[in-house]
Design a binder for this molecule. Structure first.
Ligand SMILES: [Cu+2]
Length: 197
């Protein structure tokens, strides 16, 4: 009796999660900071959930964001239990400036991975280019299948050989043409922000 109640509660939770997953992914929030071209500013990136695999949700162990130089060389926020790195792109623009910077927040070990049923936020200090424009920041979340999913019925359906498998949430779409999800990868819109005059 009690067990069937728990199973139906989990089912309801998964259904409501499915509705959220279609619209909300990783988004940029300004929180009142400037989006005026040329300004120094800051943004918040909010990730709303972990990775789904076989009806279970798994914890996020890294978030990687590609920031174009129109946002300046970003400085990432500290996140407890994670390291944050910034790597310049090899390709440079006509002035010798890297065209983008890859920012990665990575859990120091699996125990710091962020429960997939939680949302989390990281920040970046930015310097907006003097030319107003729409700036995309393609983002990838990485998770790992474990014996202890964050939520869902994975523990009941999980195949032991899947433990350790990497899962990806690729918030990289900038054209409206979303690739079809695969067993280990979900695709969605890239975080974006528009700077103004
Ligand atoms: Cu989502």
């Amino acid at each position: 009796m009690r067990r069937s109640l728990i199973v139906s509660l989990v089912t309801v939770a998964l259904m409501s999660m499915g509705l959220t997953a279609a619209s909300a992914h990783v988004e940029v929030q300004l929180r009142g900071y400037s989006n005026k071209a040329g300004d120094e500013s800051q943004i918040v990136l909010r990730a709303e959930h972990g990775c789904m695999y076989n009806n279970a949700m798994y914890a996020t162990e890294s978030l990687q964001v590609v920031v174009p130089n129109a946002a300046g060389r970003p400085k990432p926020s500290y996140f407890p239990g994670f390291t944050a790195t910034v790597v310049d792109s090899k390709s440079k623009d006509s002035k010798g400036v890297p065209v983008s910077y890859t920012v990665t927040w990575k859990a120091k070990n699996a125990s710091f991975a962020i429960d997939g049923s939680n949302f989390f936020e990281v920040g970046l200090l930015t310097t907006w280019s003097s030319a107003p424009q729409k700036i995309y920041m393609p983002a990838t979340q990485t998770c790992t299948v474990t014996k202890t999913p964050s939520s869902g019925m994975g523990a009941m359906t999980m195949n032991a050989k899947d433990v350790g498998k990497k899962l990806y949430l690729k918030w990289i779409v900038t054209t409206g043409a979303t690739p079809k999800d695969t067993a280990d990868t979900e695709y969605g819109p890239a975080p974006e922000i528009t700077t103004v005059k």
